[in-house]
Every structure is written in structure tokens, then in C-alpha cells.
Design a binder for this molecule. Structure first.
Ligand code: BG6
Length: 486
């Protein structure tokens, strides 16, 4: 890995930079993955001095540093440039600063650009980086792009074209922070390092798969963005489908980025594009109404700041995806995600088929649960015998759980992902072919919803979404396995 690099962050005064990027860069520095040969250029419109920028960085990492001296030493690698992304002159200044820091830190012309600002500027930035010769073909040149990557297929394609004018696909790292989460990466291990599971990871043994991304919070301060986006674009086009691809892919030839990507892309390409009737049946949208949970009052989505009071934006979505592969044909991949649900929880339930019973009673299915957050781990539910003279079945569970994020054992996704970029490892990033296929499918659902041919269900704060989401599974003879409110 090369730890010699000049990192340029567009959007350096933003929330993401303070909450995620500076702490992640600091952890990489502390663990020796960034050496003395690195510097960070922060850019944003505000006229900050280097001193002020350093103080922002020090504050962002205050809890992580061993001493004020260590925090200050780290922050001394940070430089600030007030920057208007539309102004060519500013890129000329940026190039000078880049070149100066390259000399000063002996960074061997390696450059990493992080686009962490409003996506409408991504294309302009990429264009100027190329035209002003900041991207000059010397050293490595990599671009990290934050979500959202477009708002539909047309805008995503246009953005992609704009980025490709300055960078090759291999140099573009599209962030999906879920792919940096420990347990999502563990799916590779559980599937491809355990014959036990890999042998039954198919339609002969798996009845259905259930993916839940539940959030207890509402839209908080992001009403403006969220009202334009909605849960489908915010959580499904990216995180849900990426997770699905890891669950549904075939075994890659090797654990290389190329082989993994090839298998993931096949899943995206085989996603079934439902006809209109199935689109109506398989995808449910909801919006939270006001309510009281444990004595605390919550306002409705439509009353949230910066949300249109007549908004038809969904804060909940659930549905069933299908993958037309030999491995998973006709197996539903159910998913649900929403704001203001019962509790925060991201998990996957793999529900296995059951054998015929010789016990005169129906057998509960075995369920493998992958706990992604807030706890991390696995559990496997089984049928055992109840202790006693008589023979009767009783459920038991094999459980392996940690609260690794809380204990600090699991790195933050951004730390892992920046580490991957420094290693030129794009395994845990979204490839354009994946993004394109996911938008093709999401656009169809959006189009149907825009025509208002399906209801927008209200759901109570603190619930697990509208009844329609439960009915959807019942149509397939299934039930949501995770019921935190029961
Ligand atoms: C983001 C969405 O991508 O993921 C947010 O834009 C959502 O709306 C967030 O809250 C959830 O991420 P995490 O890591 O907190 O589960």
C-alpha cells in the first residue's frame, strides 16, 4: 500500500467531513497506514485560514487522539483553500498548492480526490481537475464519490459520462458506506469459507431471504434532501441492492476484486424487471404519521422542517426482488427499510425450507440471521427437544454476537473504505454496471409511484411499517422473522 498521497476533499466544511472523514483519516494515521508523507487539502466556499481549518480537524478527532500534541501534529498536515467549484482560477491555485505539497511531503504525485458535496457539482469538478492539469497522469489518481450517484438512470448516466471524461472506471470509487461495514464483508466468509452453508445456499434449500434496514430516527435535519429522494432512492437503489448482490452472487473464481465484481454484476443483470401488475403487487410504500411512543410525541413526516406539507414522498418501502439465476430463480428477496420504526436494526434473515415432519407437528424453519448493526454476529435457529420425559420439540438458537462497533473493535466503514482506496482495492465499491442496472429497476418503481396508481400507506411512529408490508409476505406464505415490537 502507498501511504504517500495528497488527499483533496471537496466539501471540507461539511458534516460528513467532520463526522467521518477526519476521524477516519486520523485512525489510519494512528495505525501507521498514513505516514508523514501525506497531506490533506480541504476545499469549500468559506474563507477559512489554515489555523482555523486545523482547529476544526483537531475538534473532530479530539476523542480519538492520545494527546493534544498528537492531534496537532496530525492537523498540521491539513491545508485549506477557499474554492468556488465553478471558477477555473481556483483550480489553478489548487494545482499550485497540490504541487507544492507534493514536493514538501514527497508524495510521489499520488492523488486522492474525495467529492463530498452536492452531487450536481461532481461533473464540474472532474472536468476542471482534468482541464487544469491537476489530474496529470503522474502517480496514482483516484476519485472517491459520495452518494447519491444520480437520482435516476438518466442523471446517473450523465454523471458517469462526466466523470469518465477525467477518470477511468478503475480510478472511480463510488462509496456505499454499508459495504464498509464489518458484517457485510463477513458475508464473504460465511458463504465461501463454510461448505456447510455454501452447499445449501440455493433455491433447493432457501425459501426466502429477508433484508431489514430499520431506523428509529426520522429525517432529522435532512428534510430538504429527503423529500426529493425518499426511501427507495435513499436506501434501496444502493444499500439494499448491494447487500442483495452479496447474498445472491455465485461463488467467485477467486477472492480478487475482478472476480467478485464479475459475479456481483451478474446478479444485477439478472434482477427480474417486473411487469406493471407485479410492480404494483411487490412494492409497498409508506409514510409515517404523528404519534406517541412511550409518552413521547412525534410529528408526522409532512410536518418535518423543509418537507412539503402535502408530500407524497415515502419514508418506508418494502418489497420483493427476484434474481433470475439457476441458484435463486423464484426465491423472493424481501426487503424493508424506513424511518421512525420500532428500533434501529439492520439484519438479514435467511429462511430455509423445512423437511417433512415425522413428529405430528409442523417444523419451524431454520433461520440464519446475519446481524449487521447495532450488534454484529450470526444466529441460527434450530429445532431441539424440550427437556423432560416426554418428546416434544422446542426452538433453540446458536448465537454469536458482539457489540464490536461500541467496543471499537470494528473500524468505521469510512476508515475501511479509505484504506481500500489507498490499496487500490475496489471490491467494496459500486461498479457502474451495478449502478446502471439498479437504476433501471428503481426507475420503473418510481414511475409507477409518480402516477399514483398505488397507495401511499400511513404507518404509526414506532411500528414496523404499514400492514401492507406484512400482507406482502403472507401472499408468499412467509412472515417477517424479525418483529422487535412483539
Ligand atoms: C444513508 C442514508 O445512506 O444511510 C440515511 O442517506 C440513513 O438516510 C443512513 O439514515 C443509515 O446509515 P447507518 O450507517 O446509520 O445505518
Amino acid at each position: 500500500m502507498s501511504s504517500k498521497v495528497i488527499v483533496t476533499i471537496f466539501g471540507a466544511s461539511g458534516d460528513l467531513a467532520k463526522r467521518k472523514l477526519y476521524p477516519s483519516l486520523f485512525r489510519l494515521y494512528k495505525s501507521g497506514n498514513l505516514s508523514k508523507h501525506f497531506a490533506v487539502i480541504g476545499t469549500a466556499r468559506r474563507p477559512w485560514s489554515k489555523e482555523y481549518f486545523e482547529s476544526v480537524v483537531v475538534e473532530a478527532i479530539a476523542d480519538l487522539a492520545d494527546s493534544p500534541e498528537q492531534a496537532q501534529e496530525f492537523a498540521s498536515h491539513f491545508y485549506y483553500q477557499s474554492h468556488d467549484v465553478q471558477d477555473t482560477e481556483h483550480y489553478i491555485e489548487l494545482r499550485k498548492l497540490q504541487n507544492r505539497l507534493n514536493e514538501q511531503y514527497q508524495a510521489e504525485h499520488n492523488k486522492l480526490f474525495f467529492l463530498s458535496m452536492a452531487p450536481q457539482f461532481f461533473g464540474t469538478i472532474a472536468k476542471h481537475l482534468k482541464s487544469e492539469n491537476i489530474v496529470d497522469g503522474k502517480g496514482f489518481e483516484r476519485l472517491i464519490v459520495e452518494k447519491p450517484f444520480g437520482t435516476d438512470l438518466a442523471t446517473a448516466s450523465q454523471l458517469n459520462e462526466e466523470l469518465l471524461a477525467a477518470f477511468d472506471e478503475e480510478q472511480i470509487f463510488r462509496i456505499d458506506h454499508y459495504l464498509g461495514k464489518e458484517m457485510i464483508q463477513s458475508i464473504f466468509a460465511i458463504r465461501f469459507a463454510n461448505l456447510l452453508f455454501e452447499n445449501i445456499w440455493n433455491r433447493d434449500y432457501i425459501d426466502n431471504v429477508q433484508i431489514t434496514f430499520a431506523e428509529k430516527l426520522g429525517v432529522e435535519e435532512r428534510g430538504g434532501y429527503y423529500d426529493q429522494s425518499g426511501a427507495l432512492r435513499d436506501m434501496v437503489q444502493n444499500h439494499t441492492l448491494q447487500l442483495l448482490s452479496l447474498l445472491a452472487m455465485d461463488k467467485p473464481k477467486s477472492f480478487s476484486k475482478e472476480d467478485i465484481r464479475a459475479e456481483k454484476v451478474k446478479v444485477f443483470e439478472r434482477l427480474v424487471q417486473p411487469d406493471k401488475e407485479d410492480l404494483k403487487r411487490f412494492f409497498i410504500r409508506g409514510q409515517y404519521k404523528s404519534g406517541t411512543v412511550k409518552g413521547k410525541k412525534y410529528i408526522s413526516y409532512r410536518s418535518e422542517p423543509n418537507v412539503n406539507p402535502d408530500s407524497m414522498t415515502e419514508t418506508f418501502v418494502s418489497g420483493a426482488f427476484f434474481v433470475n439465476s439457476d441458484r435463486f430463480r423464484d426465491v423472493p428477496f424481501f426487503f424493508r427499510t424506513g424511518k421512525r420504526l420500532t428500533e434501529k436494526g439492520t439484519l438479514v434473515n435467511i429462511v430455509f425450507k423445512q423437511m417433512e415432519s415425522i413428529f405430528g407437528e409442523e417444523l419451524a424453519p431454520n433461520v440464519l440471521t446475519i446481524h449487521i448493526q447495532p450488534t454484529e454476529g450470526f444466529s441460527l435457529s434450530m429445532n431441539g427437544k424440550e427437556v423432560g420425559e416426554r418428546f416434544s420439540l422446542a426452538p433453540l438458537s446458536l448465537d454469536y454476537r458482539t457489540d464490536a462497533t461500541a467496543s471499537g473493535a470494528s473500524p468505521d466503514p469510512y476508515e475501511k473504505l479509505i484504506f481500500d482506496v489507498l490499496n487500490n482495492d475496489s471490491t467494496n465499491f459500486s461498479h457502474w454496471d451495478e449502478v446502471r442496472s439498479s437504476w433501471e429497476l428503481i426507475d420503473q418503481i418510481e414511475e409507477l409511484w409518480r402516477s399514483n396508481e398505488v397507495p401511499l400507506h400511513e404507518y404509526p411512529v414506532g411500528s414496523m411499517g404499514p400492514d401492507a408490508s406484512f400482507e406482502l409476505l403472507r401472499e408468499f406464505g412467509a412472515d417477517w422473522q424479525w418483529s422487535p415490537n412483539k
